[in-house]
Design a protein around this ligand. Structure first.
Ligand code: HEC
Ligand code: HEC
Length: 347
């Protein structure tokens, strides 16, 4: 399995305190082998992961099986749509320029496909946090009529009668037949180990390079205006907020799940890692470019009862940024692009 070994070696290279890594030959010097159970591999500047492989022990074979399933349209009703149809590796697992992804029979839903990486650090999933565990996450898209529209029992039957899957599942889970739990475990092994932590920002945190003067200015502005919600180093604090897109809400967001008035029109704060690769933006993909996003925060913030007070300055909605400040913030956002993550997972 050369793919998985590359994955592990590259991830280990992200831990400078433990290892000095010679990336060219893929070998390590001064090697201290981390304990095998330590998955997902944690970059030194990341907090501990939320998801631990307690009931679902990580293995290279489990990761490879999850990867194969992720890109296999067998998961959808008419075998035309895979998870990878909407979550494309070349766009950090978002849907390359598409506001609303097409599911089975070209149907579309109401929400934009988010990027998928660093999922092991997520406290909840979906724009409204409607799913709270990565091991059940795939159930939602598989049965959703506008995504994969699949009948779970039919899918499990297809997998059990497939020429390759029964042996692959057996070698990972040691069971006689495939069930939905094993399917979700395998997908969780793949998704939770998609770790993106090698952007310029990360290289700077590891002391390998420095910001340009403009990027540094952007970083300071970011810390002042954005970091309270898009908190380093994951660039999300996992909270739900109203960032002022609307005055009234056609999508009630977190309220749909919590039924609390203060959650009306709030959505999960998305990570800003790889954000230059994942347009269009917001829960419904309504904003096309980063320039327009920053303009939204500067001048477009709409007042409402649940608007975050962090987006009100001197009693007025909006962050009141001047043109240079807007430009610098965008320059900083570009330092969050992890091309080696994308290259590693694009095939
Ligand atoms: C038709 C497009 C489509 C397909 C197919 C699809 N997804 Fe998604 N995915 C989405 C959309 C849209 C959302 C956001 C939904 C929401 O918030 O209501 C999402 C959300 C997610 C999230 C949550 C990410 C986060 O940060 O909260 C994960 C994880 C995920 N999908 C994994 C998968 C897996 C695994 C599969 C295959 C079993 C899959 N998706 C198939 C469109 C798709
Ligand atoms: C009050 C919390 C908060 C602050 C402060 C904030 N944001 Fe956001 N941001 C959010 C939320 C919530 C969303 C998602 C909203 C939605 O989709 O409805 C979001 C979405 C985004 C997106 C779209 C990401 C995507 O994948 O769709 C970008 C880019 C962004 N914010 C950049 C910034 C920048 C730059 C700043 C500072 C100028 C900033 N944000 C300040 C909460 C915040």
């Amino acid at each position: 399995m050369p793919g998985i070994f590359k994955h592990i070696v590259l991830s280990i290279c992200l831990m400078p305190g433990i290892l000095a890594c010679n990336k060219k030959s893929g070998t390590t010097k001064n090697t201290v082998i981390p304990p095998v159970a330590e998955y997902p591999l944690r970059p030194a500047h990341f907090p501990p992961a939320v998801y631990q492989h307690t009931s679902n022990p990580y293995s290279a074979k489990g990761y490879e099986l999850g990867k194969r399933l992720f890109f296999d349209p067998i998961l959808s009703a008419n075998n035309t749509i895979s998870c990878g149809s909407c979550h494309k590796p070349a766009y950090a697992f978002a849907d390359g320029g598409v506001a609303l992804s097409k599911g089975v029979d070209g149907k579309t839903g109401k929400r934009h496909s988010p990027a998928i990486f660093n999922m092991a650090w997520n406290k909840s999933f979906m724009w409204d946090g409607g799913v709270n565990h990565i091991e059940i996450m795939p159930f939602a898209p598989i049965i959703n009529p506008v995504e994969m529209a699949q009948d779970m029992r039919e899918l499990i039957h297809e997998l059990n009668t497939h020429p390759a899957y029964p042996a692959m599942f057996r070698s990972v889970f040691g069971k006689d037949s495939i069930d939905d739990q094993q399917l979700f475990y395998a997908l969780a092994q793949y998704m939770s180990n998609l770790v993106s932590a090698d952007a310029k920002y990360d290289k700077i945190k590891r002391g390998e390079t420095t910001f340009s003067a403009e990027e540094m200015e952007g970083y300071r502005l970011f810390q002042t205006h954005c970091n309270a919600c898009h908190t380093e180093p994951l660039f999300t604090d996992n909270s739900f907020r109203n960032n002022g897109l609307d005055k009234t809400f056609s999508d009630s967001g977190r309220y749909r799940i919590s039924q609390r008035a203060e959650d009306m029109g709030t959505f999960k704060v998305p990570t800003l890692r790889n954000v230059a690769l994942t347009p269009p933006y917001m829960h419904d993909g309504r904003i096309k470019t980063l320039t327009d996003v920053v303009e939204h925060y500067a001048t477009g913030v709409q007042p409402s009862a649940t608007l975050s007070p962090l987006l009100i300055k001197n009693g007025n909605p909006g962050l009141q940024l001047n043109d240079t400040e807007k430009q610098r913030i965008i320059q900083f956002l570009y330092t969050l692009t992890d091309s080696s993550f994308v290259a590693q997972h694009t095939h």
